[in-house]
Write a protein of this length. Structure first.
Length: 524
């Protein structure tokens, strides 16, 4: 029998967050007391105790476990004792490697006390099966955690440790977001600058010039989680272009929670993969919005239609809102001698799609838009816009017709429900043959489906009409800051106009005419 004093013992203790939920039976203190008692009874000499508290059994790059391996290589330890095999790990391949290869190659004895595993004996055949069971436990636990998180995502809850710039966790509910006033105002300014047509590079430079802390610097100075231990942020006023782009693209700022952006494909490697947009989980209106949806959507349009750097010094006020009335193609600004004009390039590139020339002089367009905006503002100030745009009367007529149609559809659906019940009763009582039953059933159900689709369309129309007064209020609110304008600006046009459509030149009563349709924001 070998002398017990020959052994230089290293006790290894591990506890993951999930193990901690099991109570005191798996605690570090319990493990330590158990192993120290065993060593006293056996007369073993403990050289060191290695503790990894809060580390998963699937992760073998644990700090004290790596220190243990280094001490084994340095001949400081020749006996490793643990509470059970799961303390070593829950990946049966890696666990088997250490018990079957690593420890024997280095003449290290290994004891898993509760599993009755001792590599000095020859009766350890059960060890590989226990390792597999531990691996299955880790797989099952990973599945349960993923399922629980997925349910939280569908509820629109915050499932990540970090929050987007402009928000913080609700002190009363860590799964909810509340607005953080100081950075929220910066987010609003970013969107205001974007509405003027300013690109992400210019916005980043503008924020830096104003000495506004970037998100990392702000979170560091305010003690946000994950940023508390960062002593210093270099270039605290330097904003990344990617940061600006991420902010103006993120729907969190309109009150929506977007989760499942990344996914762990393998529970062992924990490697994250990006989830496609259509597979992500988005729940609307889960928290207070910093940016209204109309502004957010407008900024997305501006990003989509951004031009390359212009080759002239002429201000392109109508950039991204000017379209050909025939083909819908965005119109381009060009110069002919000293005159600037917009034209549809699609007429040249795809003449089969745009059959007639669409163009307009820049100054002519400027004068027309300016004049129409002044008329709209005048109508807004005198509260005559509803009548001038004929909105009120049209809305009343549409509502009356839609409500009548809705009542008619709902009445017929009620009748069909009753007829389907009677039909089934006749069939069940054998008053109706199966062939006739199936034929009538199919006809009634087809009519039901058609009526439900019509009802859905009518409800959508009614909802749209009910929003008209709210949309007018939004237009008035937006227009107030521009009522006494002297000249058009990019910011003004983008906040008030969705698009301008330029028609082709026609000869009517011997005069040239060109239809110019302005689609205003909120009211069309």
């Amino acid at each position: 029998m070998e002398q017990q004093g020959f052994y230089k013992v290293g006790l290894y203790l591990r506890l993951s967050q999930d193990d901690g939920q099991a109570g005191d039976s798996s605690s570090i203190q319990t493990q330590r007391a158990m192993l120290e008692k065993y060593c006293r009874e056996q007369g073993f000499n403990i050289i060191d105790i290695y503790i990894d508290d809060g580390y998963s059994g699937l992760n073998f790059n644990r700090p004290d476990f790596q220190r243990l391996l280094n001490d084994i290589d340095d001949k400081k330890i020749n006996l490793v004792i643990m509470k059970d095999l799961s303390r070593l790990g829950r990946d049966y391949i890696m666990t088997g490697y250490y018990t079957e290869i690593f420890f024997p190659d280095r003449n290290v004895r290994y004891i898993a006390l509760n599993d009755n595993v001792d590599t000095i004996r020859q009766d350890n055949d059960i060890a590989p099966f226990k390792n597999i069971l531990n691996d299955m436990y880790a797989r099952d636990l990973s599945r349960k955690v993923k399922t629980a998180k997925r349910q939280q995502m569908y509820q629109g809850l915050l499932v990540t440790g970090q929050v987007r710039y402009g928000y913080k966790k609700d002190p009363t509910n860590k799964s909810r977001l509340v607005i953080d006033p100081e950075p929220a105002e910066v987010v609003r300014e970013i969107f205001r600058l974007a509405m003027t047509g300013m690109g992400v590079i210019k916005i980043a430079n503008e924020l830096g010039a104003r000495k506004i802390l970037n998100p990392a610097a702000y979170k560091t100075k305010n003690g946000f989680p994950w940023f508390r231990n960062i002593a210093e942020i270099k270039n605290e006023y330097k904003w990344s272009y990617n940061t600006i782009h991420g902010i103006i693209r993120d729907t969190v700022y309109v009150g929506d929670m977007e989760n499942h952006k990344y996914e762990v494909k393998n529970y062992k490697t924990k490697k994250l993969t990006i989830v496609s947009k259509d597979q992500r989980i988005v729940v609307q209106n889960t928290h207070e919005a910093i940016i209204d949806r109309a502004t957010f959507d407008r900024v997305q349009d501006l990003l989509t239609f951004r031009h390359r750097t212009r080759k002239h010094n002429y201000t392109n006020l109508f950039k991204s809102i000017l379209f050909c009335a025939e083909c819908g193609y965005r119109m381009s600004l060009n110069k002919n001698r000293e005159r600037f004009f917009y034209f549809c390039q699609n007429r040249v590139i795809r003449p089969e799609r745009c059959t007639r020339p669409h163009y307009i002089n820049y100054k002519e367009l400027y004068a027309i838009v300016s004049d129409r905006l002044k008329k709209v503002f005048s109508a807004l100030e005198s509260d005559k816009l509803l009548s001038e745009l004929n909105i009120e009367r049209q809305a009343e007529n549409k509502n009356d017709k839609a409500l009548a149609e809705k009542a008619k559809i709902e009445k017929r659906l009620t009748v069909l429900d009753r007829m389907l019940k009677m039909l089934y009763e006749d069939y069940a009582c054998e008053k109706l043959e199966i062939g006739n039953y199936q034929k009538l059933l199919a006809e009634y159900q087809a009519e039901q489906k058609t009526l439900n689709e019509q009802l859905k369309a009518v409800n959508a129309e009614l909802s749209k009409e009910s929003d008209q007064s709210e949309n007018l209020r939004k237009l008035k609110e937006t227009a107030e800051q521009f009522l006494n304008f002297e000249e058009l600006t990019t910011n003004m046009l983008h906040q008030l106009i969705d698009r301008i459509e330029i028609g082709h030149t026609e000869i009517i009563d011997g005069k040239k005419r060109k239809n110019i349709n302005i689609v205003y924001r909120f009211i069309g």
